[in-house]
Design a protein. Structure first.
Length: 320
């Protein structure tokens, strides 16, 4: 059996191309020590205004399973969809295409389980370039079928099997639902990134009121190892890329899925996020990991200085 390193407590091998600057972690913690970081409500444009548990958990599980690789190939425009009179992109666009399929009963799992390739193309229709549409359609078919067969027609059954413990929800998603497996085997062992499953658990809880909905178990969450969180950590000097990797990222050269460099960026992101969380707590800022993640992500995507944060790495994958 492969070892399972604790990515929050152990740094990746330096030869994978990424190191963590401890002084930069402390410096960022000093700057953010007094800043409030509430848990996000994920009230994106594109999400439904009503979120009853009878279908909200299914909606989240389907939508987040394809909430990955939303950047366009070089030379193409960012994918947008039209929603309530305006064009939205990124996560709001993904949620919008699911919201427009809602009916009075919520999510029609049969529709997604039987989704044809042609219907899938229409489902994701918009402007700009969305990569990996055939893979997204196949994931949706498999996710919907799994909800029907493994979880008796409702992810609410998974949530209850986990006793509303968010970490256990994430584990069950990774272990039982296609599209959520994000545990690559490497020379260092099995790296349990589980980005989408942690994000899905957080959005499920946010939609019904975090702790008001009876959810817990967020203390041991990682920050999510995606494209944008490492970008902002690198901007702040927390992540330091070796010269060859820096040239690859800055030159927008694709890093193959499964390469040591890709794993190094993601692992270093989780470890650096945990170090920053510990440094903030030492300064009296008891931020929860999903709140810290949202602060990092929103700075990198929505913040006023986001355009100056440099390039993100480019790996074509449905894992994040």
């Amino acid at each position: 059996m492969s070892p399972v390193p604790d990515l929050r407590k152990i740094a990746p091998p330096a030869e994978w191309g990424v190191t963590i600057d401890a002084a930069a972690v402390e410096s960022l913690a000093d700057r953010w020590a007094d800043q409030q970081m509430p848990l996000p409500d994920f009230d994106y444009d594109g999400t439904p205004s009503q979120r009853p548990e009878s279908w909200w958990f299914d909606y989240v599980t389907l939508a987040v399973s394809v909430l990955a690789c939303l950047w366009p190939p070089d030379g193409d425009d960012v994918w947008h969809v039209h929603h309530q009179g305006r064009w939205v992109d990124d996560a709001p666009a993904v949620f919008a295409v699911f919201t427009r399929r809602l009916d009075r009963r919520g999510i029609d799992l049969d529709y997604f389980a039987e989704l044809s390739d042609a219907d899938g193309e229409r489902f994701f229709a918009g402007r700009g370039e969305l990569q990996l549409v055939p893979q997204r359609v196949e994931i949706l078919r498999r996710v919907a079928a799994t909800i029907e067969q493994r979880w008796d027609g409702s992810i609410a059954n998974l949530v209850e099997a986990a006793d509303r413990d968010a970490k256990r929800i994430a584990d069950l998603l990774s272990e039982t639902v296609p599209g959520y497996q994000d545990r690559p085997l490497t020379a260092e062992g099995e790296l349990r990134f589980d980005k989408l499953s942690h994000l899905a658990a957080a959005i499920m809880a946010a939609g019904v009121g975090w702790h008001d909905g009876g959810f817990g178990g967020f203390e041991d969450f990682p920050v999510y190892p995606d494209y944008m969180v490492p970008r902002v950590l690198r901007h702040h000097g927390v992540l330091v890329y070796a010269p060859e990797l820096a040239a690859t990222v800055d030159g927008q050269v694709e890093i193959p899925e499964g390469a040591d460099a890709e794993h190094g960026i993601r692992w270093a992101t989780v470890f650096a996020g945990a170090e920053l969380e510990r440094a903030l707590r030492a300064r009296g800022n008891a931020v929860l990991p999903p709140a810290l993640d949202y602060r990092l992500w929103s700075d990198a995507v929505l913040g006023p200085d986001a355009d100056g944060f440099g390039e993100h790495h480019r790996t074509i994958t449905m894992r994040y």
